[in-house]
Ligand binder design. Structure first.
Ligand code: HEM
Length: 462
């Protein structure tokens, strides 16, 4: 057989469906064509529609042979992100440069490093919830976006106070918010809409905000290079000091682009995942009780690493990332040669994506997939191609551990210190938010009681 089947009809109509209702559109296509189908609307070459794949064996082939054997992980399909993250971003590199940048960025996001950030993350969760008025409805996604933005600024950028922090915070919030609605996200898909007509045009506002952010970030990078003794243990300091095997440092532009990449990749995704986790926990009293029992057993002011290891909390976070994965798709891979793949013939350079959302909704792997049931993660182990919220292979998420750490610490801090009430009367659906998937309503909740005083701890320097 040649190519997998694709939907017929106007490409523009398909593109609109993909932008406005990505999950419904994918579900309809999967029902019609199964676990591999083409999406012609996303390319201009009719011989090479983007192949959407949600079969675990196929995913294993795709993501374990993406170092040039059968597939590669090119940068050109991430082109739409260039105006946002800059040309030196990890997302826009491939081959040796991509490997070099990953090696430089990985250490600050893993292992012992995380222990240093733990207390800070708990403190930020506390601070954001403490600022909310009692018994007034707020949107949990927005609150969690505040948490993840502060984590980014304090843990990644190493800024926690001062003029530059105050100036940068609203600008970064504005910048990431730019992608917040399906309408604004469409500016990324349609290049002709990217017109800078001054501050009253959406694109013009984005360009202006980006310029202000750049001025502040470059000033910060210059200062850190001039006064290395003042560098802390934040990720920006580690990036500035990092050297590859040839003793080369990252350039200023690389550091700036990587900072915005980490911000873009890590801030929205983790905020949505956290908001969903609160939704599911408060929707089901049994789940709430089980999580609370586990957290309470740790006693007051538990060590962040012991929170991270809690089995039921881990299952709740995994089930959250399964049922509404913040990243619907992996990044694109391309075939490196003509390839027989799952009974089809793919020409060289055919783009293929792992469809994370559809894999996670397969009833043969996850019986009754629309039901939130953390126990499934305690009853069996899923392969890295069945449960794939952070992708796999060449471009596997470098922030996966930090994201899960952030989720668990924030949940444990908030649940143990505040009584909350869910104010949603109907099931909440996922909706596109830029290139991610977020809860459509933002998850309306109320703080009904502050159960414990702020954690009593020494100030933490990151
Ligand atoms: C719940 C939160 C998150 C989810 C669901 C998520 C998901 C993903 C996925 C699916 C990919 C593509 C993997 C592939 O193509 O195989 C990815 C890539 C990436 N993620 Fe995450 N991510 C999250 C949080 C974070 C955080 C906190 C950071 C950084 C602090 C981060 C940084 C990145 C980067 C830089 C890449 C690109 C890697 C590359 O091109 O080599 N992510 N993420």
């Amino acid at each position: 057989m040649s190519l997998p089947e694709s939907p017929q009809g106007f490409k523009m109509f398909q593109l609109c469906q993909w932008i406005l209702d990505p999950t419904g559109f994918m579900e309809r296509l999967a029902e019609q064509y199964g676990d591999i189908f083409g999406m012609p609307a996303l390319t201009s070459d009719p011989q090479r529609p983007v192949i959407f794949l949600s079969n675990p064996e196929g995913l294993q082939h795709l993501l374990s042979r993406d170092r040039g054997q059968d597939f590669c992980a090119p940068e050109d399909m991430n082109e739409i992100l260039r105006p946002i993250v800059g040309s030196q971003s990890l997302l826009l590199q491939s081959g040796a440069t991509h490997q070099r940048q990953r090696k430089l960025l990985m250490p600050p996001l893993h292992g012992d490093r995380l222990k240093v950030y733990g207390e800070k993350i708990c403190e930020i969760g506390d601070r954001v919830l403490a600022a909310l008025p009692l018994n007034q409805t707020f949107k949990m996604r927005q609150a969690m976006q505040d948490v993840t933005l502060q984590v980014m600024m304090e843990v990644v950028f190493g800024l926690s106070e001062g003029e530059r922090y105050d100036a940068l915070k609203p600008l970064l919030a504005q910048f990431t918010d730019f992608l917040g609605s399906p309408w604004r996200a469409s500016l990324l898909f349609f290049g002709f809409l990217q017109q800078d007509w001054g501050s009253w045009s959406p694109w013009g506002r984005m360009v202006d905000t980006r310029q202000k952010i750049d001025d502040l970030l470059y000033a910060e990078i210059r200062e850190r290079r001039q006064n290395p003794e003042g560098n802390g243990e934040d990720i920006l300091s580690l990036m500035i000091e990092a050297q590859d095997e040839n003793g080369e440092h990252l350039s200023d532009t690389e550091v700036r682009d990587e900072l915005l990449t980490l911000l873009l990749a890590g801030h929205e995704t983790t905020a949505s995942a956290l908001a969903w986790a609160f939704y599911w926990i408060y929707q089901n009293p049994k789940i709430y009780e089980k999580v609370m029992a586990e957290i309470s057993e740790l006693g007051p002011n538990p060590d962040p690493m012991s929170i991270y290891k809690l089995p039921y909390l881990t299952a709740v976070c995994n089930e959250t990332l399964r049922i509404a994965p913040a990243a619907m798709l992996t990044f694109f891979r391309h075939t490196t040669h003509p390839l027989e793949f799952m009974g089809y013939h793919l020409e060289t350079n055919t783009p293929v994506v792992g469809c994370i959302y559809l894999v996670h909704r397969r009833p043969d792997i996850y019986p009754n997939p629309a039901q939130f049931r953390p126990e499934r993660f305690l009853e069996r182990e899923f392969s890295p191609y069945e449960f794939v919220p952070f992708g796999a292979g060449m471009r596997r998420c470098i922030g996966a551990v930090l994201a899960q750490y952030e989720m668990k610490l924030t949940l444990a801090t908030v649940l143990s210190r505040y009584s909350l009430q869910l104010c949603e009367n109907r099931p909440v659906k996922p909706q596109r938010r830029g290139i991610t998937l977020a809860p459509a309503t933002g998850i309306r909740m109320k703080v009904t009681e502050v159960k414990a005083k702020q954690r009593d701890r020494a100030p933490v320097t990151v």
